[in-house]
Design a protein around this ligand. Structure first.
Ligand code: NAP
Length: 343
């Protein structure tokens, strides 16, 4: 679809015929993006979802889910496909594109640019670009991701009942999740590169009081080992003081060494929390009017598929109201009530 806005001179991109106009652009096709597309589609808003890879987001890094309500167990890729098919049913278009910049123009519309120079214009945008867990970058980590290596205790902990696993990291996430993982695992090693944790004292106290946890200080993970079935069977670690290498007989390795929200595409200042996550109001609108955010890049208590689709539902319905208010010239804000909107 290529078209040109009426009432202004065409830009260079438009002259080249690479500008596409939609009522809503959604950046990212994880659970949040696909759910937002379903709802904007149902509202008959012309919607495009821009995704650099396959639709699915973090679902494609998750082997199996047992916390998606209504499905006792479902494969990550299978749920991703269901989400995509459902969103397409209501008319959303999916385009493979790597978004480099999202910019609000002086007229209040948005310009979304991809790395191939395509430009998408829209009066509202929902950014659901997610976040990326920081990886260890060691041999075997990628190979055994979903087959022992995980970045989410709530998602994958239950697959390690009565097993021995390792947690890497020494911050709040590692220390808290190690404690959580002992609900399932028989033993949890916490591998930390220094001799003190940076995690808060209360979390440390809980960890030290847990008989199932053994801390391996001054050590770094060096390699994930696998068995003939392609599953993880051990973690090679090295003591940084003695340089001695050893292997933990662990069938799981949970990596918690930080998480980066994918907010780099947003041009200009936006309100964010101290960790860089996007702050929104109750309607999922960011501090940039017309720019909505949902899913893992949003500042919030927890990051689950269920919370991502909840955010996305709110964002999509808020976008519909925002566009209506914009078309009517703007009216009063009613952030928690019947949904009035100022623009
Ligand atoms: P974090 O606080 O940045 O901690 C990252 C940990 O990973 C640190 O212990 C760090 O070691 C270690 N690390 C970093 N790179 C590493 C590498 N390449 N190899 C091995 N270890 C590495 O990250 P986080 O724990 O994910 O927490 C992020 C934020 O969320 C924090 O502000 C935290 O307070 C918050 N949070 C809070 C809670 C809670 O309050 N319940 C729970 C989870 C997260 P060093 O210590 O040596 O640098």
């Amino acid at each position: 679809m290529q078209s040109r806005a009426i009432g202004r001179a065409p830009s260079y991109e438009e002259l080249l015929g690479t500008t596409h106009e939609y009522e809503v652009v959604i950046v990212g096709a994880g659970p949040a993006g696909m759910c937002a597309a379903l709802y904007t589609g149902r509202s008959m808003l012309r919607t495009v979802v821009l995704e650099r890879g396959m639709p699915g987001g973090e679902l494609l890094n998750t082997e199996k889910l047992d916390d998606w309500i209504g499905e006792q167990s479902i494969l990550g890729w299978e749920l991703a496909k269901k989400f995509e098919d459902h969103a397409r049913l209501f008319g959303a278009e999916f385009v493979t594109a790597n978004v480099t910049t999202v910019r609000r123009l002086d007229d209040g519309t948005f310009e979304t640019v991809t790395d191939t120079g395509e430009t998408y214009r829209s009066p509202a945008i929902i950014v659901t670009a997610g976040g990326t867990p920081i990886k260890l970058g060691i041999p075997g980590e990628q190979e055994y991701a979903g087959k022992g290596v995980s970045y989410c205790a709530i998602c994958d902990g239950a697959f390690f009942r009565q097993q021995t696993i390792a947690v890497v990291g020494g911050g709040d996430a590692a220390v808290e999740e190690a404690d959580f993982l002992t609900r399932y695992a028989a033993k949890v090693y916490v591998v930390h590169r220094r001799d003190t944790f940076r995690a808060s004292k209360i979390l440390q106290e809980r960890l030290f009081a847990n008989p199932k946890i053994e801390v391996v200080w001054n050590s770094v993970a060096e390699e994930v080992l696998g068995d003939e079935q392609g599953l993880m069977k051990g973690l090679v670690i090295r003591n940084v003081e003695t340089d001695v290498t050893s292997t933990l007989d662990a069938t799981g390795c949970f990596v918690f060494i930080g998480f980066r929200p994918n907010t780099g595409i947003i041009d200009g200042h936006f309100a964010h929390d101290p960790m860089g996550y996007v702050v929104t109001d109750a309607m999922m609108q960011t501090s940039i009017p017309g720019l909505f955010a949902a899913g893992d890049l949003r500042s919030q208590l927890t990051r689950q598929v269920t919370t991502a689709v909840g955010d996305a539902t709110t964002a999509a319905i808020a976008v519909e109201k925002y566009l209506k208010a914009r078309a009517e010239g703007g009216h009063a804000v009613d952030p928690v009530g019947s949904g009035g909107y100022a623009v």
